[in-house]
Design a protein around this ligand. Sequence first.
Ligand code: ADP
Ligand code: MG
Length: 456
Amino acid sequence: MSESKSSVLEGLWSELLAKIAAMLPEQSFQTWIRPIRPERFDDNTLTLHVPSQFHYEWIDSHYSLQIRQLLGQITGQEIRVRFTVAPKNGACPTRRAPVSLPKARVPAVRAPTPEETQLNPRYVFDNFVEGDGNSFARAACLAIGEAPGKTPWNPLLIYGGSGLGKTHLLHAIGNFALTQKKVARVKYVTSEKYTQEFIHSVKNNRSTDFSNLYRSTDLLLVDDIHFFAAKNRTQSEFFHTFNSLHQAGKQIVLSSDRPVHELDDIDARLISRFQSGLITQISPPDFETRVAILERRADEEGASLSVEVAQFFATHIMSNIRELEGALITLLARAAFHHTEPSIELASEVLREKMGRTVTKPPVEHIQEVVAQHFGLSVDALRGKTRKREIALPRMMAMALATDLTNNSLKRIGQLFGGRDHSTVIHARDTIRELQEKDAFVRETYEALLKRSSRP
Ligand code: ADP
Ligand code: MG
């Protein structure tokens, strides 16, 4: 490449980097954008080099549009973007650590037993419903399951609130890697159990056996690492196990109920190890994902579930999938016991008892207040006639919320919005549904308002 060409490339790239950096969260930037290398710029085509196929797919589906738009802004022309992917033998200079040659599938002498792996065969990728809050975590887990120890993501750390699928994903990686024969030895353990076993081994003078057990695995899955807090000797043991596995190119996957910087009473050396790979968050599922999870679970139980009941649970149980499933299972058991259908009535009885919640529907007026306050409008404006977009959109959201959260008829809702027709309410609801699909701002705002409105 001539000197002028290469400086054009560098200039373009550094300007692009600065613009992307201003747009993305630091973690995403470091994970996805930093490892890209600009290769060539000719024929209005920018060629970028990425470290792996998975990396390419992620960039392509999440950032390629933004990248093209920014390039358009910078050059004033339409720029095509091409990607080249690093060969798998690790020759690519962008890799952080040397990667060993991909081995042939590892034949297990015999398949390890569930007692040895501690894997729960029920938790697999196939029955993990993908949704907004978990799709990146799921993709990363799948990539790790396909090539344990051979991605730059070692360790992988998944964090997120209780009941959001962390344990499910850890087991899914293990089950996948074993059945696909990517590794021969897998071990799943919670940090609580690890701690107990370690203490036990020390007491019985068997700590070497303990160390060997955890250091002789190809894939180590450690759940709930926040439990290591203040257990200094266990932390030190785990630190050495971590290093020994990591140096041998073995894969480590961890989960935590909070982000790394909020882990208290954990040795700084361990924290820095935890931060050295890929960190990914799972957040609570959106409404559609909650409904899909319920439907899939009912299927697994061989039960039929009406859309109404699925939506009812999904509306009232928002931030914990374990609770969501618990409510469903109780409902199905109760329906079977009484030889009745799992009806809405039975469902609200279950919710009332099990969750200790009274399912009072918020009045439409309450929804109007929440929405008005959120957008800095008056309730009168929401009920009024103006069609300005900055009022029309919040008004449509409030109407859609009223149809989602209350049992009022469309006609009644229309009346409560300044005497509008029921067809206006239907239109509002459909418009919001459509925007939710297309527009992250609408989706997130709606979710937040849904939560706020359903609280008294
Ligand atoms: P965590 O470890 O984050 O507390 P779990 O992995 O134990 O959560 O998940 C709680 C329950 O919810 C499990 O039964 C799990 O199978 C189920 N679950 C969580 N996320 C999903 C999902 N995306 N699709 C299907 N089931 C899920
Ligand atoms: Mg868990």
